[in-house]
Design a protein around this ligand. Sequence first.
Ligand code: ADP
Length: 383
Amino acid sequence: WFFGTMSRFEAQNILMEPPNDEASFLVRKSEKESIGYVLSVKSNNAVRHFRIPHKDESFYVEQTQQFSSLGDLVNYYCKHSLNDIVSLGSPCHKKKPNVEDINHLLDDWVLPKSEFTIENQLGNGCFSQVFRGRWKNHINVAIKVLKNDSVDNTEFHREVEILKRLHHRHLISLFAICTESSPYYIITELMEKGSLLQFLRGKEGQNQDAASLIDMATQVADGMSYLEEQKSIHRDLAARNVLVGEDYICKVADFGLARLVKEPFYISEEKKIPYKWSAPEAISHGKFSIKSDVWSFGVLLYEIMTYGSVPYPAGFNNREVYNKVKSGYRMEAPSKCPSFIHSIMLKCWQEQPENRPTFKDLRDMLERSSYELESPPGGSREQ
Ligand code: ADP
């Protein structure tokens, strides 16, 4: 029943899936450090979350019942009621673990193309075609076949050296590259539900409520706060560059290499610059920084809250958007968007980069807003 670090949202998705039924439960460690352990229980077709505060050797949900271990606490509530839940049922069904990271199997990052089999096409981007594929015929991967042959080989390898060091559960893992011949391949983990943009516009996305949308934004902010910590920048943060996997896990994709693969293209074809996502100083002076990523995050938040609509009023072309923004215009709150989420967007769109929040601030603000933990009387409620 112990599922390690897991967000509230993931716990909900996994518990709502068959064969889990009424009173199925799990214990997890919240992604938020100050929360600690949480007991998540399926009850009346919803999932309820009980915080388990612990101090020294004492764990509890209700202050009147203290236990010396999580195991004792679980055993007790398997026999006794907790709020209106009669007792805990069966532990949540554990899925076969995803082969998330094949890195430990690899001696080298540069692998021959012959080790990969290309299967069906998953997407067609401006810079690459993406295929589902297999490594050595048994591990599922995504294979990104670059269209641009003019990538500088030395720079490409230098950038990959940096990327190999970045590991975070909300960033796409880079597994390998194939550079023996053109076109180059970039091999990453496979994300079954495709880009966040497609997901939001599709049937499954349209069914998500505000709390779930905010949770997805929180995951992106979490991945970005790791990049921030590592002093790395993204340069093209947008819903099209976030990927969604099983249990709605969101991972930021396309960082790092974006500069090499995309920028030469942006410079040669000005109209391809993602104006609507770019901070004014990035457009006017090419000043990319983690703070220009924060600006883009505000636009991504807008995309999420509108289920993938195109930012800025229809009819605004790229240049008009830039000019309007320069003169102080900012997008209004989308319909049904909670006002505190709009105020977060406005913080990201501060004209002066240094006045914009950090990604860590953003993650904390979003977490505070979405993390409504339940607690029984006498228990501890998250503020
Ligand atoms: P480009 O950078 O060339 O524009 P993208 O990275 O945006 O290409 O990829 C194009 C599409 O391919 C995405 O919108 C998504 O649908 C799909 N895709 C990309 N990477 C993956 C992946 N790792 N797993 C699953 N689908 C992917």
